[in-house]
Design a protein around this ligand. Structure first.
Ligand SMILES: *Cc1c(COP(=O)(O)O)cnc(C)c1O
Length: 221
């Protein structure tokens, strides 16, 4: 995508977030836009950094490790992990990321806790909920959420909120509303929900973090 398009699209997405926030009686600044850069190379990402975007997300540790150290040299940007994390990569993830949105099982909670104790770095964590109880999907079952949150607190993970990816091809609003209720019931303020196709809906329902890739960069190869 030509360079100009990146900043134009960024402005459009920000405007839509601001409009959805205003309609919901919220401040636009209460919504963090995470630009999801998976599969995109440095040449595609740099224009967004130049346009002032400073929070980015990747879904794989390996890819982020290869791409971001160089990009981050010149500008301070925050990097979030939004994809599934293997326990044996917990320490590497903590070294790379400022937030982890995919905490979804006790073994990972313990691996992250250990790695945080060892490194002294404590990135904000979101507990991912399998909000539609789909088999094969990341996220803890709704029924297991309270127990997992208790384990995360015991391991001193700084849990900031909940995250979900609703099922494809269905109206996402009811799932966003359920995640918002679960967060409220758990006393958590953060809500990581909403992607390119549904981030305005997510903001209307209370998203504090939206994860947007395609609307900023175009379709992934
Ligand atoms: C890729 C990805 C996104 C961004 O999806 P788009 O539809 O391209 O905006 C958001 N969240 C997660 C977990 C992803 O893997």
């Amino acid at each position: 995508m030509p360079i100009d398009d990146a900043s134009t699209r960024l402005a459009e997405v920000r405007e839509k977030i601001a409009r959805a926030a205003h309609l919901a009686g919220r401040l636009p600044e209460s919504v963090e836009l995470i630009a999801i850069t998976k599969t995109h190379d440095a040449a595609a990402i740099q224009p967004l950094i130049d346009a002032g975007q400073c929070v980015f997300g990747e879904n794989r540790v390996q890819e982020a490790a290869a791409k971001w150290p160089g990009l981050r040299e010149a500008t301070a940007v925050a990097l979030h992990l939004v994809g599934q994390l293997q326990s044996n990569k917990a320490e590497e993830a903590i070294g790379l990321f400022d937030a982890i949105h995919s905490v979804d099982r006790p073994s990972l909670v313990h691996a992250l806790g250990k790695a945080m104790d060892k490194t002294g770095k404590r990135p904000v964590c979101f507990v991912q909920v399998n909000i539609s109880d789909e088999p094969q999907k990341g996220g803890c079952a709704v029924a297991d959420l309270a127990a997992l949150l208790a384990e995360a607190r015991a391991a001193e993970l700084p849990v900031g909120g909940l995250m979900c990816v609703p099922p494809l091809e269905v109206e996402p609003a009811p799932y966003f509303a359920l995640l918002a209720k679960l967060a409220r019931d758990s006393g958590l303020a953060g809500l990581s929900m909403g992607m390119s196709g549904d981030y305005e809906t997510a903001v209307a329902i209370g998203a504090t973090h939206v994860r947007v890739g395609t609307a900023l960069f175009g379709e992934r190869a």
